[in-house]
Design a protein. Structure first.
Length: 330
């Protein structure tokens, strides 16, 4: 019973999230990407290329055991975690940027994940047995149909899509809680068996991914946080499926325990970045007592068409004062 519930939850939480993303954003949401191509280009380069390279380098440096090494690297090549948007909202990051990145990474993973699996299969020490064509089929089934279905419902029935998005989000939240509980139950006993080499490699990968994403999201602080989370948070459901396909001797429950353990360590490794980011946000708000975009000594003109210095307004104010003083009282 527990095994069947675990497989169902891990298999469908990603599908539900992609369907909700299509309902919430629609095809029009992705059009905003073209307004800031440099930001999203840097974010994709970090999440799809730089993070897997860092993971591979640290796995080789710390000599992580084969299955743990393969699971860690497979987690790094599976972007677009369902928790990314919720964590972005909790951290004060841009929810719009985060959701756009989830959709973009999901689409790009149709190409990037099979290519990375083919490249890792040829590298020494991994011995992956997953066929890139099977991986492509797996990614297509889990990501594309629910996303396209959500976008189609939003395009054809926009009012119904708003109501349906609320209920799908509630169902997704319940399933996510069930999945998190199962992961904690399965992964907690495995923490002591993980080994320091795997912990250090994973913590180093997560920290490097967050810092690279933070730098790539410049100049807005809320975008920096969104890109940092997108780079650091891989998709555990998709990674677990890839672990099962890559290592036929590993059972579903064991794969869930391995990936779940990595998710726990990843959450702990992200705590320093989140704490530092919150402190930076408080310092920024304390240093900007005025409305964002304004400067001391400047005032917004009526109608919001621009700003003029107080010095230029002073003669006009004196003239109005003299005119009101010289006018006869009624």
């Amino acid at each position: 019973m527990l095994k069947a519930l675990c497989v169902f939850a891990l298999s469908h939480v990603v599908v539900l999230f992609m369907f909700h993303a299509g309902l919430a954003q629609g095809a029009g949401g992705l059009s905003r990407v073209f307004q800031r191509p440099a930001l999203y280009g840097r974010a994709l380069a970090v999440a799809l290329v730089a993070v897997p390279l860092v993971a591979y380098a640290l796995v080789a440096l710390f000599r992580v055991p084969p299955v743990a090494a393969g699971s860690l690297v497979l987690l790094s090549i599976c972007p677009g975690a369902p928790l990314q948007v919720k964590q972005a909202q909790a951290l004060g990051a841009s929810v719009t940027t985060s959701l756009n990145l989830v959709l973009l990474l999901a689409l790009c993973s149709l190409v990037s994940v099979p290519l990375w699996v083919a490249a890792l299969d040829g590298l020494r020490g991994f011995h992956l047995q997953a066929n890139p064509s099977e991986v492509l089929k797996l990614v297509l089934v889990k990501l594309v149909p629910p996303l396209v279905a959500g976008m189609a419902v939003r395009f054809l029935l926009p009012r119904a899509a708003e109501v349906l998005a609320v209920w799908v989000h509630r169902l997704f939240s319940v399933l996510l809680l069930v999945t998190a509980g199962l992961v904690l139950f399965l992964a907690a006993p495995r923490l002591k068996d993980l080994g320091w080499s795997s912990v250090l490699a994973l913590a180093g990968t997560v920290s490097a991914a967050a810092l690279m994403g933070h730098r790539a999201g410049r100049p807005r602080p809320e975008d920096r946080r969104a890109v940092a989370l997108a780079a650091a948070l891989g998709n555990p459901g998709l990674a677990m499926s890839l672990v099962v396909h890559s290592y036929p001797g590993v059972q579903v429950m064991e794969a869930a325990a391995v990936v779940g353990t990595f998710v726990l360590v990843r959450a702990l490794a992200l705590v320093p970045y989140k704490s530092w980011s919150r402190r930076q946000g408080r310092k920024g708000r304390a240093g900007r007592p005025l409305r964002e975009g304004s400067q001391p000594g400047w005032s917004v003109t009526r109608g919001g068409r621009g700003t003029v210095p107080f010095a230029l307004l002073a003669p006009r104010r004196r003239a109005l004062h003299r005119r009101s003083a010289s006018s006869p009282s009624p």
